[in-house]
Design a protein around this ligand. Structure first.
Ligand SMILES: NC(=O)c1ccc[n+]([C@@H]2O[C@H](COP(=O)([O-])OP(=O)(O)OC[C@H]3O[C@@H](n4cnc5c(N)ncnc54)[C@H](OP(=O)(O)O)[C@@H]3O)[C@@H](O)[C@H]2O)c1
Length: 385
């Protein structure tokens, strides 16, 4: 990467933030303060400096601690489930732009594609290993490059998936390996024990779990300390606040990574009842919350965010991400995008600070609108605890 270019782009980003704030905020400027969080340092070797222009956060504690940029990047949608899949060169360029802007946490999984998302992440980010982290996930069974719809977290399968992910990600150690969905046929203690062995061998540095309940988290953490739980969490799906998951993370010192932090793009305001999803490569047309009727009803939530944001110079996407960030200092959302403009908009969230009272006002206004449609259909719901 050309450091010279990186600096000028970062310079441009800074002035764009200032101009953007000045133009859009107007009389309500006093409500928008620059973020006061310190910029985190990034350990780099001489000659290949990674800029660290973003604040950092720490997922997990003790030996499981993992310092990352306060916002990560979900790579999934570049090749899987999000309709628009730009060509590989464009994706690589955008991933490099994210690195250049200080993003150090990138999220993929074996099932995305399957396989081609990990391959993309490996090709784009392999050269930055040790400086940025690509986290990945095992569990969904993939045979001959095809998803079977079953779960397989048997120890020998985890080991095989680990070796294959290491190859695709072009690295010697997976920075954070998540179990993507729990496997009814494999006790969680066996999964945790296998990961502990892979850690001893230096192939996995940390681990996490997705969409598991508080009891499973406790059992797993007792065998091998968890760094992060990754589950769906955003203004339209707040189950982790009441089902004990955030409580157990707080108690045990485990980080939390909200996936689909803008409700699969919906809170960004660019999807509506007329949106056509690519039925061959976008799961949203299978989700009850994304029927035209549900989107028409739920757009009232986007309208609330837009009205609230207008007075503060923030977009609905920034409010969706900012709301998650202000919940806990150990929460790191991983929004996905295929566009530089969205990447910049999303990262700019970190430049805004609202008071706790303002966030509460927004939260209450959104909560007053009932959400139409479940997040998953019956089949997908069976896979989450
Ligand atoms: N653990 C799990 O089970 C699980 C499940 C789902 C996802 N994930 C992870 O979470 C990551 C993000 O999830 P996601 O892609 O489902 O949801 P998301 O981040 O809520 O939304 C992504 C969508 O939002 C759009 N978008 C991004 N920034 C925007 C902006 N500023 N304004 C308007 N639209 C914007 C993107 O479209 P453009 O391309 O047009 O920007 C993209 O289609 C994934 O990449 C994956 O790593 C994990």
């Amino acid at each position: 990467m050309n450091t010279q270019q990186g600096i000028s782009r970062r310079g441009f980003l800074k002035s764009a933030v200032a101009v953007g704030a000045a133009i859009s905020v107007g009389p309500a400027l006093e409500k928008v303060e620059a973020a006061t969080m310190p910029a985190g340092g990034n350990s780099t070797s001489a000659g290949n400096e990674i800029p660290s222009s973003l604040p950092h956060r720490t997922l997990g504690t003790g030996k499981a601690a993992f310092e990352v940029s306060a916002l990560g990047f979900g790579v999934m949608g570049m090749t899987y489930n999000r309709s628009q899949h730009p060509d590989k060169k464009q994706c690589i360029r955008l991933l490099h732009e994210a690195v250049d802007r200080g993003v150090t946490l990138f999220d993929t999984a074996i099932i995305y594609g399957p396989l081609n998302n990990e391959e993309l992440a490996g090709e784009a980010l392999g050269e930055f290993r040790g400086k940025v982290s690509v986290t990945t996930k095992f569990g969904h069974e993939v045979i001959d490059g095809k998803a079977t719809g079953r779960q397989d977290s048997r120890p020998e399968t985890i080991r095989r998936y680990c070796e294959e992910s290491l190859r695709r990600l072009r690295t010697e150690a997976i920075p954070l390996f998540y179990q993507h969905r729990f496997d009814r046929n494999t006790p969680v203690e066996d999964v945790a024990g296998t990961i502990a062995d892979l850690m001893k061998e230096g192939k996995v540095l940390r681990w996490g779990m997705c969409e598991v309940n508080a009891d499973t988290i406790r059992r797993a953490h007792a065998v091998c300390p968890l760094t992060a739980i990754q589950s769906e969490y955003h203004l339209m799906h707040r189950a982790v606040e009441t089902n004990g998951v955030l409580d157990v993370c707080r108690e045990l010192g485990i980080g939390f990574v909200p996936y689909s932090p803008m409700n699969r793009g919906f809170l960004g305001g660019e999807l509506n009842e007329y949106t056509q999803f690519d039925t061959a490569n976008d799961n949203r047309h299978t989700l009850p919350r994304f029927t035209p009727e549900a989107m028409r009803a739920n757009y009232r939530i986007v309208n609330v965010l837009q009205r609230f944001g207008r007075e503060r110079g923030m977009t609905s996407a920034q409010l969706a991400l900012g709301w998650l960030l202000q919940k806990e200092p150990w929460i790191v959302p991983i929004p996905g995008t295929t566009k530089l403009s969205h990447l910049e908009e999303n990262l700019r969230t970190l430049d805004f600070t609202l008071s706790p009272e303002e966030w509460k006002r927004l939260e209450d206004a959104v909560a007053a609108i009932p959400v139409t449609g479940d997040r998953y259909n019956a089949e997908q719901q069976k896979q989450v605890q």
